[in-house]
Design a protein around this ligand. Structure first.
Ligand code: ADP
Ligand code: MG
Length: 294
């Protein structure tokens, strides 16, 4: 695969704050790349510098191997975090108004379908829900048939149903062969949508990889919790260290199946067992000692 976008040593210096502190990464064409990190990590600043909507202090951005130029402006779509939609226009009028601005035009009908806007075309921009607004903003980002699309926190503030809806749309956009760059502080979103992730905190990239690689690298163990009702003596001489906590007897293992097999052989009542498979939230905790949502 060839890299569609490469950034080298991006820096944004504000008076008294280095919001982005030497960020480098490269994104293969056709993938969904996620910048995952808590609020204030520097995600928006990073992607706005890449989009060229914010001046960079230093660093380099290459699109298809070249410094950003005309091609970049034509082939990129940006979903802004809070775009002021034009007042007194319907969803359809908004789409048509912006569509006309481009020389390179995607099929409006296809965008309306992909972004699930058919039912609200005649509605006033001011009368649509948060999820619908987000879908409209996404549609606006697709009007110039972009190859590379920037989504900044696309589901922040949405209810679970609207979030899942938007995830389906991002999947559909990926299936069209487009490259997606998204920022998020939701580990489930990153895990579901992203092929490649860079974890960001305090202006720096802490680590990069596929979700699976990151979990295997930093949190290779599942946690199994057994109910306290199981007498401690029934858990003696197991090949795993058992820690008894207020929540239950806890053990960590590479493979839950191994543990379950041994426990079943002991004929224990496992009805209240719980198994926690590590996720990107755990990766962030291991890397920083903090939670993504703090
Ligand atoms: N215009 C600005 N002037 C000064 N500091 C800013 C400005 N914009 C953002 N910051 C600061 O830069 C840091 C990174 O912000 P941002 O990129 O918005 O983070 P994120 O998108 O990850 O939540 C934050 O500490 C934020 O307060
Ligand atoms: Mg942000």
């Amino acid at each position: 695969m060839s890299s569609i976008l490469e950034v080298r040593d991006l820096v944004k210096q504000y008076p008294g704050l280095r919001a982005v502190d030497g960020v480098s990464f490269s994104i293969d064409a056709g993938v969904c790349f996620g910048l995952l990190g808590p609020n204030g990590a520097g995600k928006t600043t990073t992607i706005e510098m890449i989009e060229n909507t914010l001046d960079l202090t230093s660093g380099e951005v290459f699109y298809k191997g070249q410094p950003r130029g005309q091609k970049f402006r034509e082939e990129v779509g940006i979903q802004f975090q809070s775009t002021q939609l034009l007042q007194y226009l319907t969803v359809e009028e908004t789409l048509k108004t912006f569509h006309r601005l481009y020389t390179r035009q995607a099929s409006l009908q296809q965008i309306i379908e992909t972004c699930q806007l058919s039912d609200i075309l005649k509605r006033d921009n001011r009368k649509i829900s948060g999820g619908q607004k987000q879908r409209l903003l996404l549609a606006l980002a697709l009007l110039n048939e972009p190859e590379l699309i920037f989504l900044d926190e696309p589901t922040t503030g949405m209810d679970p149903q609207a979030r899942r809806n938007l995830w389906d749309i991002v999947q559909a956009i990926k299936n069209l062969g487009k490259t997606v760059i998204l920022t998020t502080h939701y580990m489930d979103e990153a895990q579901i949508l992203c092929d490649q992730i860079s974890v960001m905190d305090k202006g720096k990239i802490l680590t990069s990889g596929t979700p699976k690689e990151l979990i295997q690298r930093y949190c290779p163990h599942v946690t199994i919790q057994l109910p306290l009702s199981l007498p401690a003596e029934t858990l003696q001489n197991l090949p795993w260290t058992i820690e008894t906590t207020p929540g239950g007897h806890e053990l960590h293992a590479k493979d839950a199946r191994e543990v379950l097999k041994v426990l079943m052989e002991r004929d224990l009542d496992l009805s209240d067992i719980s198994i926690h498979s590590p996720n990107l939230e755990d990766v962030f905790l291991v890397l920083t000692g903090r939670s993504l949502r703090e």
